[in-house]
Design a protein around this ligand. Structure first.
Ligand code: AMP
Length: 394
């Protein structure tokens, strides 16, 4: 049995309870990037245009289990109203009699945004009583929050379970994410090249193992590379490493038989600052120095692999791209990935920092897909499904 998409469900006159990911960055109550809102618009408009009564729920930030003004979704209601060109009602809480009344007063084509789900610690605990109170609000359940699809919380798991007898489905954003990520791991056009970077091996270890089964080549960058250097017996100076993962890195290198490519040169410095003096070394990183980016020879090598690829998945920057002296590697890889997209390759940026990097470089629309969920996309690549979406089958 398959999961329905929103357009396959009759919504007219019905209360559509929809989980969205409006976890936008805020600076003093101002939204600094509204992409998470705009990406939910196709699903939201589809429901409203067909006369549904839309009740939106989301989390924002990491409040400590109670209301905190700086994590209020109220600014999101205002921005959503501007984008939709219609009034968006706002409820000061996400459960309780006042919310139920506000939801029951909605007319066809109207929208209500509930206050931050995580103002109740029960959300992340998937508390049955909290789920029951949320579930009361909907005749239909839709999940379009890809960023939290890997979490069994009340709004993503308990609520859709309780609404099992009612129409349930996913929105267009999740549909798009699953299409790109799903096809890449189940039926990739080859060569399939995975690019992994970022700070830690431990965060990505499961996905490395999985990608070694699926991909033809794994290009490693970021601080993650230095744990592999240690496994090869190289010196890494003061670079960020995970000594307890060296054995694992050794096993992966033994198992991967030429699939894993490591940097052949490294941009080093004695400090991670915007004005740091840098130098490029091949092989060992001297004491007192740290590796902060892949070097130019590595860039050339990785560029060659990327240029031949038909499918690319990239997760994690190649260096400390936030600092100018260490941004070149990530920038060059982003440009190479964008260029090969123009020649027909499927290119997927797996959310998080690599998504931020590619957007920062203005290349976001030059790749096939920029995932909206870093953790979620990694988990999907690893497991190939989400329990929160499996329960929507029927
Ligand atoms: P992750 O969340 O694991 O994808 O890690 C992203 C972070 O890794 C970014 O903030 C980068 O600055 C950081 N990073 C990448 N390369 C290095 C490096 N060589 N040393 C320290 N941090 C790094």
């Amino acid at each position: 049995m398959s999961v329905k998409t929103v357009d396959q469900i009759e919504v007219r006159g019905k209360a559509v309870l929809m989980r969205v990911d409006f976890n936008v960055p805020l600076d003093n109550g101002k939204i600094t990037d509204d992409r998470r809102i705009t990406q939910a618009l196709p699903t939201i408009r589809n429901v409203l245009d067909r006369g549904g009564r839309l009740i939106l729920m989301s989390h924002l930030g990491r409040p400590k289990g109670g209301p905190e003004a700086k994590y209020s979704l109220r600014p999101v209601a205002v921005r959503l109203g501007e984008l939709l060109g219609q009034n968006v009602r706002f409820a000061d809480d996400c459960i309780g009699p006042a919310v139920e009344q506000a939801a029951s007063q909605l007319k066809d084509g109207e929208v209500l945004l509930l206050e931050n789900l995580r103002f109740h610690k029960e959300e992340e605990k998937n508390d049955p009583n909290f789920s029951r109170q949320l579930a009361k609000l909907g005749d239909i359940y839709i999940n379009d929050a890809f960023g939290t699809a890997h979490r069994e919380h009340a709004s993503t798991f308990g609520v859709p379970q309780l609404l099992a007898g009612k129409p349930r489905g996913i929105g267009f954003l999740i549909q798009k994410e699953l299409k790109f990520l799903g096809e890449a791991i189940s039926n990739p056009k080859r060569p399939f090249v995975a690019i992994l970077g970022g700070a830690k091996v431990s965060d990505k270890i499961n996905v490395i193992e999985r990608l070694l089964e699926k991909a033809d080549t794994l290009l490693i960058g970021g601080a993650m590379a230095y744990t592999f250097f240690l496994a090869q017996g190289k010196k890494v100076g003061g670079s960020l490493v995970e000594p307890d993962k060296v054995e694992l890195a050794k096993k992966l290198l033994e198992k991967a038989a030429g699939k894993i490519q490591l940097p052949v040169d490294t941009v080093i410095a004695s400090e991670m600052t915007d004005t740091a003096q840098t130098r490029v070394v091949e092989g060992d990183i001297p004491d007192g120095m740290e590796g902060f980016d892949i070097g130019p020879k590595t860039v050339e090598r990785y560029r060659g692999r990327i240029a031949n690829a038909k499918t690319i998945i990239w997760n994690g920057p190649m260096g400390v791209f936030e600092k100018k002296p260490f941004a070149a590697g990530t920038k060059a890889i982003a440009e190479a990935v964008a260029a090969i997209t123009g020649q027909g390759a499927i290119t997927i940026i797996g959310g998080g920092d690599s998504a931020a990097a590619i957007e920062q470089m203005g290349l976001g629309d030059k790749v096939s897909h920029v995932s909206t969920g870093g953790g979620a996309s990694l988990e999907f690549l690893e497991n190939g499904h989400f329990s929160t979406l499996d329960i929507l089958r029927g």
